[in-house]
Design a protein around this ligand. Structure first.
Ligand code: NAI
Length: 214
C-alpha cells in the first residue's frame, strides 16, 4: 500500500466506515458495492470511492469491496491492529462512565488505570480497576507502557497535569477538559466537547424549522 498524506477529513470518516464494515462482517456479508455501502451509510458512492482511493482503493471493478479485507485495511490505517494502554485522569462522573465502557477494549484500547486527587475515591474500583492517587501516576505510566491518557478533570488543572503526563511518556491525550492543552509537537491531542455537538444540533434544528416553515 502506498503511504501518502491522508486529509484529516478522510481520517475523521474512517471510524464510521470501520463500524459499518464491522457490522457487515458480523452479519456474514463478504462483499459490498460502493452503491450498497452508500445506501447503508447515507454517503454518496463517489465520496466512498474517493475516500478509499486515498489509500489504494481496495475495490475491484464489478466485484465491489471485500468486506473483511477493507475492514482489516482500515483497522491498520487507524492503528487498531495494535493495542494501546490508556489511563483515565479524573475518576469523577465522566471518568467512571468512560472507565465502565467495555467497548474500548474491543478496539484495542486497554484501560490500565484510573487516577484522581480526591482521597475518598482512591481504592474505589471501576470494572475491577482501582482508582489510584496522583502521586502514583508518573511511575505507573513509565512502568506500564501507557501511551494514551484520557483527561476528565476540570480545566483549571488540565494544562498542568497534561505537562506532567507528557514528561513521563504519554504520547496522546483524549481531552475532555474545556481548555486547549499546551503540549510539545508530536503529542497527539483530540479534544472532545459534547456541547459543540449540541450547538451543532441546535443550529441544524433551527435551520430545519426555518426551512419547513417556508
Ligand atoms: P467530576 O467533578 O465528577 O469529576 C472530576 C474529577 O476530577 C473529580 O473526581 C476530581 O477529584 C478530579 N480532579 C480534579 N482535579 C484533579 C487533578 N488535578 N488531578 C486528578 N484528579 C483531579 O466532573 P465530571 O462530570 O466527571 O467532569 C469532568 C470534567 O470534564 C469537568 O471539567 C467537565 O467540565 C468536563 N466535561 C467535559 C465534557 C465534554 O464534552 N468535553 C462533558 C462533561 C464534562
Amino acid at each position: 500500500m502506498v503511504e501518502k498524506e491522508i486529509s484529516q477529513a478522510v481520517i475523521g470518516r474512517l471510524p464510521r466506515y470501520f463500524r459499518y464494515l464491522g457490522e457487515l462482517k458480523d452479519q456474514g456479508v463478504e462483499r459490498i458495492s460502493s452503491q450498497e455501502l452508500s445506501e447503508l451509510m447515507q454517503v454518496t458512492a463517489s465520496q466512498i470511492r474517493q475516500d478509499f482511493n486515498n489509500f489504494g482503493g481496495f475495490g475491484q471493478q464489478g466485484y465491489g469491496y471485500n468486506v473483511d479485507l477493507l475492514y482489516r485495511e482500515i483497522s491498520k490505517i487507524l492503528g487498531l491492529d495494535k493495542t494501546h494502554n490508556l489511563i483515565i485522569i479524573g475518576a469523577g462522573n465522566l471518568g467512571q462512565a468512560l472507565g465502565n465502557y467495555m467497548n474500548f477494549e474491543r478496539r484495542g484500547f486497554i484501560l490500565k488505570g484510573l487516577f484522581d486527587k480526591n482521597e475518598t475515591l482512591i481504592g474505589k474500583k471501576v470494572r475491577g480497576i482501582p482508582v489510584r492517587g496522583m502521586d502514583e501516576v508518573e511511575q505507573f505510566i513509565r512502568e506500564n507502557n501507557i501511551d494514551i491518557a484520557v483527561l476528565t478533570i476540570p480545566k483549571t488543572s488540565a494544562v498542568e497535569v497534561a505537562e506532567i503526563l507528557v514528561q513521563n511518556g504519554i504520547k496522546a491525550i483524549l481531552n475532555f477538559a474545556h481548555v486547549d492543552l499546551n503540549v510539545p509537537k508530536g503529542i497527539q491531542v483530540e479534544n472532545v466537547h459534547l456541547s459543540d455537538s449540541l450547538m451543532k444540533l441546535s443550529y441544524n434544528l433551527e435551520r430545519y424549522n426555518k426551512e419547513t416553515k417556508k
